[in-house]
Structures are given as structure tokens and as C-alpha cells.
Design a protein around this ligand. Structure first.
Ligand code: MLT
Length: 311
């Protein structure tokens, strides 16, 4: 019997796919400290996490039987992949299931930001019919700069084109031909910063992308630029963003992700032209079903010694 520890509330469809297997026992874990996890992890052959549980090097050191860790989602920044690899533990994710959810959240944030929807609703709710404070701008004919033209970045680009935006993008891994076929002009990052009216980040957090949207980037941007980040915190330097918003350089910013999560405090939260959500990009019923199922399929395959797709 193989034991799978499932953390962080993975959707039932994924649990069902595991439970269907006669040789797999599923254990639903409650929230645990690192020490608590270290104490139990040695019993398990596999573990599934979303974002709350951290599979740190210490946890992995205690995972004496583990052969696979699955992330029900895209980002594997809560798993110490180097430590897992060194121990021969596979790390898999569910790269496709969240795409539409994250894309639609990005569009929602862009629209909410540009038309002041959260602020206007808060004012109306507080008993004021205020039409003057909430002048927006239109998307049509504006330049959207997409940083990172992967699955989500290109899906955002497609929707923005549907709203008659001109899309430019920075992505060192995409060919000119591919970008052209999507109707997108590839630009060096500095040029994107100079040309865009709206900027949306879709890069994961890596050594290279950390603070890529920082002080220097803001200095290059157009006055009145609007910024959205629904990918990963730490790509945008929040202190530099605060300064750029205070100076009026940035007309508005919408973040779904923060350098430190969870967080309920940030100087940004005091600014009227800032909106934020608590990392909701993947929070749709559909996405949670998709990622739970996809990761469960991978776990079953690995435990049976079959081919694993998303390692
Ligand atoms: C992901 O990496 O899948 C998304 O950011 C969603 C999440 O972490 O919950």
C-alpha cells in the first residue's frame, strides 16, 4: 500500500482519482508546522500540496520513502526542488489547469483598476453617490506590455487584442515568428517599459526576474502607466512601486501577489489608486478541479512506476 499525504484542501475530484486506486491510501493532512510535518513525512510515498504547505529542505530530508511531490497548481516555489532532486524525489506540477482562471483574474484586475470599481463601490456603500472621483480610461488603442508570453501571458494578450489594445511583449524564450503569429511585437524589456500604457507581469519569480519591475523600470515608464501583477510577488519591487505611485508616475496598480504572503499590511494598501486581492488568480471552481485532477493523475502514474508528464 502506498500512502499519499494531501495537504492544503485539494479538490475532491483529485482525491477520488487517488482513492480509485486499490493500492493507494489517501490521508488528508491538517495544517502543520514544519516540525510536525517533519515528524510524519517519513510515512508517506507521495505528497500533494497547493501553496500553503512548504516542502522545505528539512521536510524533504525527513521524507525517507517519498518518491513524488505534486503541486496542485503551477508555481513550485513552495517546494525545495533542489533538495528534492538531490534525494531522487520527483516534483510535478499542474501547468495547464489554472491558465484561464489566472488570465481572467488579470483581465478583471485590469478593468477594476482602470474603472475604479472597488473604490467606487466602497464609496457607494458608504452612502455617497460620487461620479466625479472615478474617471477612468479606455483600453482601446492603448499599448499593453506583457512581460512573459507563456500560457497565461499569451492568453491575456489575446483577450487584450479583443479589446482593441496593441500588445507588445518581452519574453527571451519566444521567437519573433511565434510572437508575430499572435499579432504581438516582441521588444527588449526597456523598450516595453517605455512604450506601454499598461503593463502586466506573467513571469514566475526567479533569480533573474526578482525586482525586474523596480526603480529603474519605473523611471523608464510612461507617466500615468498602470501596472498589474497576478503572477508572483517579488517580480515587482513593492517599495519602488509605492514610490512610483506616490510620485504620480504610476497612475494605478493592481496586485494579486505579494513578496510576502499571506499579508494584510502594506504601505500600498493606503493608496487610493491601488487595488489588491489575496492571491486569487487560480481561485475558480474550474481551475481547482483541473489542477487537483491533473496532479492526482501524475501521482498515480509515479506510484505505479509509469511515465510522469510534468516533472
Ligand atoms: C499557481 O502557482 O498555481 C498559482 O499562483 C495559484 C496558487 O498558488 O494558488
Amino acid at each position: 500500500m502506498k500512502k499519499v499525504l494531501v495537504m492544503d484542501g485539494v479538490a475532491e475530484i483529485g482525491l477520488a482519482a487517488l482513492r480509485r486506486e486499490p493500492d493507494i491510501e489517501v490521508v488528508i493532512g491538517e495544517k502543520m508546522s514544519e516540525d510536525e510535518l517533519c515528524n510524519v513525512i517519513g510515512e508517506y510515498d507521495a505528497m500533494i500540496v497547493r501553496s500553503a504547505t512548504k516542502a522545505t529542505a528539512r521536510v524533504i530530508e525527513h521524507a525517507s520513502k517519498m518518491i513524488i511531490i505534486g503541486r496542485a497548481g503551477v508555481g513550485i516555489d513552495n517546494i525545495d526542488v533542489a533538495a528534492a532532486t538531490a534525494k531522487g524525489i520527483l516534483v510535478v506540477n499542474a501547468p495547464d489547469g489554472n491558465t484561464i482562471a489566472a488570465t481572467e483574474h488579470t483581465m478583471a484586475m485590469m478593468l477594476a483598476l482602470t474603472r475604479n470599481i472597488p473604490q467606487a463601490w466602497a464609496t457607494l456603500r458608504a452612502g455617497k453617490w460620487d461620479k466625479k472621483s472615478f474617471m477612468g480610461v479606455e483600453f482601446r488603442n492603448k499599448v499593453l506590455g506583457v512581460i512573459g508570453l507563456g500560457r497565461i501571458g499569451s492568453a491575456v494578450a489575446k483577450r487584450a487584442q479583443g479589446m482593441e489594445m496593441k500588445v507588445v511583449a518581452y519574453d527571451p524564450y519566444i521567437s519573433e515568428e511565434k510572437a508575430e503569429s499572435l499579432g504581438i511585437q516582441l521588444l527588449p524589456l526597456e523598450e516595453l517599459f517605455k512604450q506601454a500604457d499598461f503593463i502586466t507581469n506573467h513571469l514566475p519569480l526567479t533569480k533573474e526576474s526578482k525586482y525586474i519591475v523596480g526603480e529603474k523600470a519605473f523611471s523608464l515608464m510612461k507617466d500615468g502607466v498602470r501596472l498589474v501583477n497576478c503572477a508572483r510577488g517579488g517580480v515587482v519591487d513593492e517599495q519602488a512601486l509605492y514610490a512610483a505611485m506616490k510620485s504620480g508616475k504610476v497612475a494605478g496598480a493592481a496586485l494579486d501577489v505579494f513578496e510576502k504572503e499571506p499579508t494584510t499590511e502594506s504601505p500600498l494598501f493606503e493608496l487610493n489608486n491601488f487595488i489588491g486581492t489575496p492571491h486569487l488568480g487560480a481561485s475558480t471552481e474550474e481551475a481547482q478541479l483541473n489542477v487537483a485532477f491533473d496532479v492526482a493523475v501524475e501521482i498515480v502514474a509515479a506510484l505505479k512506476g509509469d511515465f510522469v508528464k510534468n516533472a
